[in-house]
Design a protein around this ligand. Structure first.
Ligand code: CDP
Ligand code: MG
Length: 734
């Protein structure tokens, strides 16, 4: 990891460049060795001793460097900053001097676009100004944010600032979690939840102000909200619409909302020095860990923010950091390592905002949620590997996958900007200056153009919007994506051949989950296994974070995981885990002993309770299939028949499009390799992996999706060799 300094214009301010070279060869060598040795478990003792020595070497190099660096480094953060009272902090935000002007502008205009640097106070302050202003006679304010964590943490912050209990006047509502009451005036919610509000209240009659926050994120839901809200604003002149955005693309928002005025909050920003690596990094996770430790031992006080792509990576990085700090012990100052990602439970989130203890350094390891949605005070150093996880959608094959891709230059600059909020900062980019200029896109493509639209089309259809081709999109989705969404909904039985919503479709739209998952749940009625399918749906929605695999107990963890294996596939393993946990009396201890993440299980239970609550509304009786896994697997097939793969030479091929895919090594069917599989999702890492798979009988496909599959397609020489299974299916078909 070698760093190169290249001047770069950032936010109009010329970066300041220091003569500085972070020496890292020793450390990265140590890290590489460690990884090589890590595989060879029989040499564990030797490995520990060696690492210890290497680490000591590194620390002594670093301390000498610290001496030479100190006079150039930035002054320590003012301790007073941390001691300011809440009201003082509020008054110190960039938005505060514009309070009166802003309120006037809101009174004068129905739709207002508000632009301001991240952290200027848009999300937390604007609704409070509105609440404090008696002349505005507010009914309800809804603020739609693209992320769960942001909605929760912001609501908590605002409740604190206004001195009310969270859930009373100020609350939040996110999928599967509602923290509001009769008294709630200000409700922070995800953009997806705001969208669902249209189902119960198509003209948003009980709202007086709607804020579309983080508009620049251009999530699918935000884009749809734009169209819907623009439409209702025309006949609800009393509704105020505020579109809040970071300093990106605001002209386009104004233009879309019939030239709505833009209110600009001037930003305050300190210069940020940007460093690039000289050569590309082979392992950016490792490079992050190394960089954090370097900053920690060589740089002046100030907290550090690392951008990674997702929960698994973040957890791995935190573990690696903690592990190395443990080994270094008292040789280094305390390093407080904190993760933050969308599914992190709320009790854990609060920690990232708590002040860093004196003498320690905080390092927050985040997804791009910290790019614009969350502001953590005191960040001076940013480490940016330059990647993000993006949904990508192939409209030809209908395959959606999450891919780790280089982020855009706009993102990279937002990330760097996070270092310069409280003082001059530094941003370490773990890629080359060349890559920044030539390999990164200028801006991120809006989600609507790279995702499956099934969910949104179903929702729009149930709002009575039939002509989707002429819907007022800010950036229309590709035509073939829309067509494919309609086809898929037709195949799922949600739309009839005229493209109208069926009774099934209406029931599917009631569930706040993807169409395939809601179809699976609805199909469980017919197969009399709703009890089990609800559990599976809940477990699937907690996102692959059930099993815990600490680095120092890999063997134990893997054994524990093996013990849950049941025939049939991963969905059934998840069911088994959940059922055993129920038997243990939802025990924390049980989770601990079995290497199961308690937090994930608790969330799965919440999700399950919520879904079960909705069953009555869509008239599905909750019954159990008892020990029989066939009905359960059929219900899954009824929802996910699109995701069928067949074993062929050299791997699996998807049935409809002949794409080559592989069973994920974590799967319980990794070694078994059954002939027919249904997968829950595809992830692309080194290749296209199917995550969460079950074995099915090809005959079921004809049973659950007769208008999608033709028996000829499902024939192959090998299936004829399996008369037992074929026969069984026919019996069941009766
Ligand atoms: O929306 P915008 O990016 O303009 O700013 P904001 O999210 O309203 O943040 C304004 C201030 O509130 C920042 O200084 C944050 O650090 C602080 N804040 C906080 O302390 N805790 C939160 N959960 C959210 C914001
Ligand atoms: Mg904000």
């Amino acid at each position: 990891l070698e760093l190169e300094e290249t001047p770069l214009e950032l936010g109009g301010e010329q970066g300041r460049w220091e003569e500085e070279r972070l020496r890292t060869a020793a450390l990265s060598f140590g890290a590489k060795r460690e990884r090589e040795l890590g595989v060879r478990q029989e040499q564990e003792r030797y490995q520990l001793i060696l690492e210890e020595e290497e680490m000591i070497d590194f620390v002594s190099t670093a301390i000498t460097m610290k001496g030479t660096l100190s006079e150039k480094s930035h002054p320590p953060l003012s301790a007073d900053l941390k001691k300011q009272s809440i009201q003082e902090v509020r008054r110190s935000l960039p938005i505060f001097p514009f309070r009166e002007d802003l309120l006037r502008a809101i009174t004068q205009h129905q739709i207002l676009v508000i632009e301001g640097e991240t952290g200027s106070g848009k999300t937390t302050q604007i609704p409070q100004y509105l609440m404090e202003d008696v002349s505005l006679k507010l009914l309800l304010i809804r603020s739609g944010l693209p992320r769960r964590v942001a909605a929760m943490s912001v609501a908590a912050r605002v409740a604190e600032e206004t001195g009310v209990k969270l859930g009373n006047e100020v609350g939040y509502s996110i999928r599967f979690e509602d923290c509001t009451s009769e008294r709630t005036v200000l409700k922070y919610m995800t953009d997806g939840m705001l969208l669902r509000e249209f189902l119960t209240e198509p003209d948003l009659a009980s709202y007086s102000v709607v804020i579309i926050d983080e508009a620049h994120e251009r999530t699918l839901h935000t884009d749809i909200l734009f169209g819907l809200i623009k439409d209702i604003a025309r006949f609800r002149s009393d509704l105020k619409v505020l579109v809040a955005s970071a300093t990106l693309d605001t002209e386009r928002f104004s233009c879309f909302f019939d030239d709505a005025p833009v209110f600009r909050i001037p930003g305050r920003r300190f210069p940020v020095d940007i460093f690039y690596t000289k050569a590309p990094e082979a392992d950016y996770l490792e490079a992050c860990v190394v960089s954090v430790l370097q900053i920690h031992v060589t740089q002046a006080p100030g907290d550090c923010l690392v951008f990674l792509t997702g929960q698994e990576e973040i957890e791995a990085c935190c573990e690696m950091l903690q592990e190395r700090c443990r080994r270094l012990g008292s040789k280094i100052a305390e390093l407080v390592v904190l993760p933050i990602y969308a599914n992190l439970p709320s009790d854990m989130q609060a920690k990232i905002f708590s002040p860093t203890p004196p003498g320690a350094r905080k390092v927050v390891v985040a997804t791009n949620i910290a790019e614009t949605s969350l502001t953590i005070d005191g960040i001076i150093y940013v480490i940016d590997p330059g990647f993000c996880k993006q949904k990508s959608y192939n409209a030809r094959t209908g395959m959606e996958s999450l891919i780790v891709t280089p982020c855009s230059r706009a993102s990279a600059n937002q990330r760097a900007g996070r270092a310069g909020r409280v003082a001059a900062g530094k941003c370490f980019r773990l890629y080359t200056a060349w890559a920044f200029k030539h390999e990164m896109e200028e801006t991120t493509i809006p989600e609507i153009q790279r995702t499956n639209l099934g969910n949104v089309v179903l929702l729009l259809k149930s709002l009575g919007i039939n002509d989707l081709i002429h819907f007022d999109f800010m950036d229309p989705p590709p035509h073939e994506t829309l067509v494919l969404a309609l086809e898929q909904l037709y195949a799922l039985g949600a739309l009839n051949h005229l493209g109208e919503l069926t009774k099934m479709g209406r029931r599917m739209a009631e569930l706040p989950v993807d169409p395939m998952l809601s179809k699976m749940i609805l199909a469980s009625e017919q197969y009399k296994c709703s009890e089990e399918v609800l559990t599976i749906a809940a477990m699937l929605s907690v996102n692959n974070s059930i099993f815990y695999r600490p680095k120092d107990k890999v063997v134990h963890a893997d054994n524990a995981r093996m013990n849950f294996t049941v025939p049939g596939g991963d969905h059934l393993v998840l069911l088994n885990v959940y059922n055993q946990w129920v038997e243990s009396g939802f025990s924390t201890q049980w989770c601990y002993e079995n290497f199961i993440q308690f937090r994930s299980m608790r969330r799965a239970r919440d999700v399950r309770d919520q879904l079960e609550g909705l069953m009555e509304r869509i008239e599905v009786e909750v019954v159990s299939s008892l020990e029989d896994s066939v009905p359960i697997r059929k219900a899954i097939t009824a929802g996910y028949f699109y995701h069928t793969a067949r074993l062929s030479k050299g791997g699996y091929k998807t049935v409809k499009h002949q794409q080559t895919v592989y069973v994920h090594p974590n799967s319980s069917l990794f070694e078994e390799q059954p002939r027919w599989l249904i997968y829950h999702e595809l992830v692309f890492t080194t290749k296209e992996f199917m995550r969460q798979v079950i074995e099915i009988d090809s005959g079921w496909l004809l049973e659950v999706a007769p208008h999608y599959y033709k028996s000829k397609e499902l024939e192959d020489s090998s299936s004829k060799k399996m008369p037992r299974k074929q026969g069984k299916t026919k019996d069941e078909l009766g």
